[in-house]
Structures are given as structure tokens and as C-alpha cells.
Design a protein around this ligand. Structure first.
Ligand code: GLY
Length: 253
């Protein structure tokens, strides 16, 4: 169960955020409205939300998930692979330290963005991507093991982050997109295939029994409902333009 989340308001500078989506520039006003609805959805799941102020100098800073990993035993501040995002970490650190007395750090030459990390109980799958390298993943595994947790490296390609193509919905249910569907590391799960035209919805988020699903992806929404979950759609159109998914907008713990 999660009790808290940390989010950061989008900044007007989000218009120059990193993207390969080719969906045009986000509409800032609409993004703010969608962000408020995202916070409302977290509240509906029984979560207390800490809303951090905008960071104009960091266009991607609303995607707080990438800069820290919050586990039940410790917090880990990451070292983003994207050069324009490295400076975000010191700004999340204070918010994290308000809740965690022990905050570990990933150090250069290791890089790690927590969008590449998927938690399944006490185990953390770590995808190697353009943003997360093997040194970063190994540092994280060493930290996790010191706290009685575990981690493993996932080889992958063609995804921005691991959770661009996977979402664990608890109860052994895993949304899988593309190569992730037959990936040997995930054979033990009940895999629910996300079709190509609904790829963006492979990033959905389980929170306390409810699954947040991006709005506009009816097939996967139905599949998730058929598994017995309560669902809550959230319009993410403006964040999708920056390659940001539902999980990217919060740190949940
Ligand atoms: N625009 C989010 C990211 O690329 O990190």
C-alpha cells in the first residue's frame, strides 16, 4: 500500500522538454489542468500528496519519478543519464529527506533514471537504456542488497525507459508492450499484451487496488477492468508529447 506521493508542478519551460514523440508542443495551461486531475486521482486512491513548486530551469522536472527511487527501507537519489536533468536531483533531495532519514546516492560514472526501475515486492527490475547504464544499475543493486532488498538488470532496446513498456499491477499481473511481452525475465508473470496502437498505455500505475490508466486507450482499459481492478482514467495528452507517462509524474511510497 502507498500512503504518500511527491509531485512537482509543470513549469512553463516544459515546452522545451526532452522528447522524441513528434506530437507537437504541449499546451501549458492544459498540462497544468491535467496535472491537477492527476493529483485528484492520487487523492482518490487514498494518498497524501506533497506538491513541489515549479523549476523553470529544468523543463522536465515535473517527471519526478526519474530522480529518486523510494523504497520501504531507504531512498535512493539517482544520477540521470540525460544531461539536462542531472541538476534536478538536488531539488528533489530536500523533499525526500523530509520523509526518509537514509538517502543513498548513485554516483558518476553510473547513470540511472528511476523510470527504468520496476518494483515487484522486494525486488527491483532495472532496465538498461540510454539513460541508465550498467554501472548505475550495479550501484543500485549493491545499495538494495544492503537493505535486504534485491535487484536485477534487464537487457532491452527501443524503449525510453523500462516502464515505457511494462507496468506491474500487483497480483502477478504485468502489462507488457512489444519485446517485453516475450522477454525471458518476465515469463513468470500473467502478461497482458498492450497492442501497438495503445503503446502509451503500457505505462499505467497500480495504486492501492486502483489502476490509473491514460485516457483514450479502450482495449487495455477493458483488459485491466476484466482482471477485476477498479480503474481511473487520467488525460495525459500534454505529457505524452514529452514522452512522459503516468508513473513519471509522481514518487509513490
Ligand atoms: N521528457 C522526459 C524525459 O525525456 O526525460
Amino acid at each position: 500500500m502507498f500512503t504518500h506521493a511527491i509531485v512537482r508542478k509543470p513549469s512553463e519551460s516544459m515546452l522545451s522538454g526532452l522528447t522524441e514523440a513528434n506530437l507537437g508542443k504541449p499546451n501549458y495551461k492544459l498540462a497544468c489542468k491535467q496535472h491537477q486531475d492527476y493529483i485528484a486521482a492520487l487523492h482518490e486512491c487514498g494518498i497524501k500528496v506533497t506538491e513541489l513548486e515549479t523549476l523553470e530551469q529544468y523543463p522536465d522536472a515535473c517527471f519526478v519519478e526519474d530522480v529518486a527511487l523510494l523504497t520501504p527501507k531507504c531512498a535512493i537519489l539517482t544520477h540521470p543519464g540525460a544531461s539536462t536533468r542531472k541538476g534536478e536531483v538536488i531539488y528533489i533531495e530536500q523533499a525526500v529527506r523530509d520523509f526518509f532519514s537514509n538517502a543513498e546516492k548513485i554516483e558518476a560514472p553510473g547513470t540511472l533514471e528511476a523510470g527504468d526501475i520496476m518494483m515487484v515486492g522486494n525486488h527491483y527490475y532495472i532496465g538498461l537504456s540510454k539513460r541508465t547504464n550498467a554501472q548505475g544499475a550495479k550501484q543500485l543493486i549493491n545499495i538494495l542488497e544492503r537493505y535486504g532488498l534485491s535487484g536485477s538488470i534487464v537487457e532491452m532496446s527501443g524503449l525510453l525507459h523500462l516502464k515505457t513498456g511494462l507496468s506491474y499491477l500487483e497480483n502477478n499481473n504485468l502489462l507488457t508492450f512489444g519485446d517485453m511481452h516475450l522477454h525471458p525475465d518476465f515469463r513468470q508473470f500473467n502478461r497482458i499484451k498492450v497492442e501497438n496502437e495503445e503503446a502509451y498505455a503500457a505505462n499505467s500505475v497500480w495504486i492501492n487496488g486502483t489502476v490509473l490508466v491514460p485516457k483514450g486507450f479502450p482495449k487495455i482499459l477493458k483488459a485491466i477492468k476484466n482482471l477485476g481492478y477498479k480503474t481511473r482514467e487520467v488525460d495525459m495528452s500534454e505529457f505524452q508529447k514529452l514522452d512522459g507517462g503516468l508513473s513519471c509524474l509522481s514518487l509513490r511510497f
